[in-house]
Design a protein around this ligand. Structure first.
Ligand code: XUL
Ligand code: CO
Length: 442
């Protein structure tokens, strides 16, 4: 079946997607994403560092708890697992290249099918890694991050690194070691830990303290191994509050930052903030971004959106320009991404069953982030946005306010200042003005 490899065009009805500008009515073109256009001193492609998620775009078959597969991939037809993996890689790299997406991300078992034979899985991953390396060389597409799927296999039903059974933890270690090896071999820029089943279904049978300590030890050992093998990239933790477990230990950004600080992991680990995880935690995406940025650990983002009526992780493609502009304001002010980027952890709907649907999905997402970048840059350069926020805090910039910030006044001194001032003036927060400002620049 080698005729499938490198010769077949999978998305044969689609040409390369190019920038045509705002006036274009071509739905298979970018209206905002102009890869080499310089914004705030950097080409758009370097600001945004877009990545495609292997699992959603080339593995997800559309099946849900109520119904069978609706997406059928011709690259899955080969009976040999390595040939199947190679054909999938051919399709994936054809897609990345046609879209002009510079990075991709994967879980170990996305790139080649796994079995229940763990040594065979190690061998399979190593074999497909060689092929992926060749595809990277040929296309120039790079690996943003790799990870291990520690949640699908039935053995992880009680957790992976937090499993009450030590021997399951060793299986997780085997998988993480192999996924780190693959990430290093592919010159991956980051390695992700999303705590798929690291949490509990019920507290009644759970020793939470021990499980969290095990998780910390597991992360430290993984870090030590990767560093020993020469990995210089960043480790990311991806917070999520629930789903699939009732309570996930990496609940939200504040929780993870506290955990990383407690176990002395802040030098190596940053956060990968996902939109739909933020909203599941009862926060906004911008809240999670700001928390991470303020702690100096904003590493990367998983871009998607939830559904205002549904309370689960729907992983839809992002399309809300207002929310994305607000997010880009935070990302730009935090100095942008270094090793991280924008990974579309998003899937087309089950009933989006045409070959071109995956293209519209990514075009829309890339265009919205490009437009959000332009809007945010404009707001920062051409409006009084920064001044308004700065002036709100101006009373701390001089005199007694500054002395307070520097720790030079005590509580009694504060009391005396209050008596001197007597009734303070009311100062507007200017919320509606600022909300309108964002709309003005959109
Ligand atoms: C699950 C999720 C994962 C991680 C990688 O909600 O976001 O796909 O991004 O394991
Ligand atoms: Co994600």
């Amino acid at each position: 079946m080698s005729y499938l490899i490198g010769k077949k065009e999978y998305y044969n009805s689609i040409r390369n997607i190019v920038f045509e500008g705002e006036e274009s009515s071509n739905m298979l073109a970018f209206r905002w994403y102009d890869a080499n256009k310089v914004i705030a001193g950097r080409p758009m492609k370097d600001h945004l560092r877009f990545a495609c998620a292997y699992w959603h775009s080339f593995c997800n078959n559309g099946a849900d708890p109520f119904g069978e597969a609706t997406h059928f991939y011709t690259w899955n037809q080969n009976s040999d697992p390595l040939e199947r993996g190679k054909a999938k890689a051919d399709a994936a790299f054809e897609f990345f290249t046609k879209m002009g997406i510079p990075f991709y991300c994967f879980h170990d078992m996305d790139v080649i099918d796994f079995t229940h034979d763990i040594r065979d899985n190690e061998y399979r991953l190593k074999s497909i890694t060689e092929y992926l390396n060749k595809k990277q060389q040929d296309s120039g597409v790079k690996l943003l991050w790799g990870t291990a799927n520690l949640f699908s296999n039935k053995k992880y039903m009680n957790g992976a690194a937090t499993n009450p059974d030590f021997y399951i933890l060793t299986h997780a270690a085997l998988q993480v070691k192999a996924a780190i090896d693959a990430t290093i071999a592919l010159d991956g820029q980051n390695y992700v830990f999303w705590g798929g089943r690291e949490g509990y279904m019920s507290l009644i049978n759970t020793n939470m303290k021990r499980e969290k300590e095990h998780l910390a030890r597991f992360l430290s050992l993984s870090r030590d191994y990767a560093r020993k093998k020469g990995f210089t990239g960043t480790f990311f933790i991806e917070p999520k509050p629930n789903e699939p477990t009732k309570h996930q230990y990496d609940y939200d950004a504040e929780t993870v930052i506290g955990f990383l600080r407690q176990y002395d992991l802040l030098d190596d680990f940053k956060l990968n903030i996902e939109v739909n995880h933020a909203t599941l935690a009862g926060h906004s995406f911008t809240h999670e971004l700001q928390v991470a940025a303020d702690a100096g650990v904003l590493g990367s983002i998983d871009a998607n959106r939830g559904d205002y009526q549904n309370g689960w992780d729907t992983d839809q493609f992002p399309n809300n320009i207002y929310e994305i502009s607000e997010a880009m304001l935070i990302i730009l002010q935090a100095g942008g991404f270094s090793t991280g980027g924008i990974n579309f952890d998003a899937k087309i709907r089950r009933n989006s069953a045409d070959q071109d649907d995956i293209f519209y999905a990514h075009i829309g997402g890339m265009d919205m982030f490009a437009r959000g970048l332009i809007v945010a840059d404009n707001i920062l350069k051409n409006s009084d946005y920064k001044d308004i926020v700065r002036i709100r805090y101006a009373s701390f910039d001089s005199d007694k306010g500054r002395a307070f910030e520097s720790g030079l006044v005590d509580l009694e001194a504060l009391r005396d200042i209050a008596v001197d001032i007597n009734e303070p003036e009311l100062k507007s927060g200017k919320q509606e003005y600022l909300e309108n400002l964002i709309n003005r620049f959109i």
